[in-house]
Ligand binder design. Structure first.
Ligand code: PGA
Length: 253
């Protein structure tokens, strides 16, 4: 049993006051289940303050991106060792907003993925197609290119210490969730791609779905055999909404 991971990507939202209320609410209501792990990913400036609260709780801490470099003259960048130092266990790499808005290429994402693992962080590798790519039948080709860039650089065994998030770009922040069948089809494709290289790694890797997940659609998504949780944006910013998604996972276990 792979269990579920319900991860909150807070993006560029929050403040000291709002975050304290949010994380206190999540910790207080976090389900006591060995099979459902909760994770919050605040913006960099708030990691330490949130870590002070999550430390000793059953809510894990992650960051939203990482530098591919170890240290040095990279103004504005944050190294994996620093993320570990402030209590992070996970880091999101290759979110579609960073690919589209910050020009991160699949190779840059692969470098970040490896930098994360080198520091003992578990990367959450985001992949996903745009609406135009889906409508022109390119979904699988896009996912393959994004995954293969990491597989070619890091190797299949690296996926024994990683999470994948399938996030169709057209479903992010739009309220247009992929149907459970649409999501499962792509998740199966991703797992099959890994299976061709190692059945045991493919069997063990968690594949999250992201894109307008809410309390009322999470159950339908998570009950599919290849969907192992969610990467949640908008609905991770209110503890009740986030916990409703966690409860949907618990209900399936
Ligand atoms: P959303 O964002 O839940 O607001 O659609 C998901 C994400 O971008 O990770």
């Amino acid at each position: 049993m792979r269990g579920y991971l319900v991860a909150g990507n807070w993006k560029m939202n929050g403040s000291n006051v709002a975050n304290a209320e949010l994380v206190d609410g999540i910790i207080a209501g976090a389900p006591q289940s060995d099979l459902v792990e909760l994770l919050v990913c605040p913006p960099f400036p708030y990691l330490s303050a949130v870590a002070a609260k999550t430390s000793g709780s059953n809510v894990r801490l992650g960051a939203q991106t990482i530098s591919e470099h170890e240290s040095g003259a990279f103004t504005g960048e944050t190294a994996g060792s620093m993320l570990r130092d402030v209590g992070c266990e996970y880091v999101i790499v290759g979110h579609s907003e960073r690919r589209a808005l910050m020009g991160e290429t699949s190779q840059a994402v692969a470098d970040k993925f490896m930098a994360a693992q080198k520091c003992g962080l578990t990367p959450i590798l985001c992949v996903g197609e745009t609406l135009e790519q889906r409508e022109s039948g390119k979904t699988e080709a896009v996912i393959d290119e994004q995954l293969n860039a990491v597989l070619d650089s890091a190797g299949i065994d690296a996926f024994g210490r990683a999470v994948i998030a399938y996030e169709p770009v057209w479903a992010i922040g739009t309220g247009m969730t992929a149907t459970p069948d649409q999501a499962q089809e792509v998740h199966r494709h991703i797992r099959a791609l890994l299976e061709a290289k190692s059945e045991s790694v493919a069997e063990g890797v968690k594949i999250l779905y992201g894109g307008s997940v809410k309390g009322d659609n999470a159950g339908g998504l998570f009950s599919n055999p290849d969907i192992d949780g969610g990467l949640i944006g908008g609905a991770s910013l209110k503890s009740e909404d986030f916990l409703a998604i966690a409860e949907a996972a618990v209900a399936i276990c």
